[in-house]
Write a protein that binds this ligand. Structure first.
Ligand code: MD3
Ligand code: FE
Length: 210
């Protein structure tokens, strides 16, 4: 279906809408904001409760940020590495997420947390569910920037069959309703050089956590 921005909206599955290139015209603004956030709260590879260091480096902005350490996964109002609040969420992130959610059928989405994932070649995110938020009635909005990646999603059980979707610079996906608790992950990032972002992939995941 043709959207208001002349882009293509694809129903990846019930509740999941891919807005191809929806963030393309904003990439310079988004990357400038990301640079300011990472200068204040640097990317770091966190440790899972099982004791493994994640291959994806992360930081956050917003009222709360997603963190993991030996004690578990949680949303925290402070960056544990600095003992300080996370950088504020830039208006452009919140507006993009709210607009994309509305276009996908979820009006009134007001994110309070933005997890920023940085993948270098070789990094991956294994199949998981996003379950640390208070209310699964809110959608999750994801924005891809930089190197292309293969996104993998399955069903509500870990063993359910999975589908692969290629994601590239500027793509936005909205997950809500029956897709909200679907298992998903990102396959190992291939090497490459993106003309604007360089040798990495950045992903914003905007959520209403509280
Ligand atoms: C499907 N990040 O940070 S975002 C994550 O590209 C995460 O960095 C991936 O999964 C990345 O938790 C994918 C897309 C995404 C986010 C949340 C979802 C897909 C989802 C929640 C339910 C179903
Ligand atoms: Fe996730």
């Amino acid at each position: 279906m043709q959207d208001l921005f002349g882009g293509e909206n694809v129903a990846v599955r019930a509740g999941a809408t891919l807005l191809r290139g929806r963030a393309l015209s904003l990439d310079t603004l988004l990357l400038a904001a990301l640079e300011r956030i990472a200068a204040e709260a640097p990317f770091r590879r966190m440790v899972t409760p099982g004791g493994f260091e994640m291959s994806v480096a992360m930081t956050n902005c917003g009222t709360v940020g997603w963190v993991t350490d030996r004690t578990g996964y949680r949303y925290d109002a402070r960056d544990p590495a600095r003992g300080l609040p996370w950088p504020a969420m830039p208006d452009i992130f919140a507006t993009l997420a709210q607009d994309a959610a509305a276009e996908a059928g979820f009006p009134g989405f007001t994110p309070d947390a933005c997890l920023i994932n940085c993948y270098e070649p070789g990094a991956r995110l294994s199949l998981h569910q996003d379950k640390d938020e208070a209310d699964y009635g809110h959608p999750v909005v994801s924005v891809s920037l930089g190197l292309p990646a293969t996104f993998q999603f399955g069903g509500l059980k870990r063993g359910d069959p999975t589908t692969r979707v290629p994601l590239s610079h500027g793509d936005v996906i909205v997950w809500g309703g029956p897709a909200r608790l679907a298992y998903h992950g990102v396959l190992t990032l291939k090497d490459g050089e993106h003309p604007v972002v360089g040798r990495r992939r950045l992903n914003l995941t905007l959520r209403k956590a509280l």
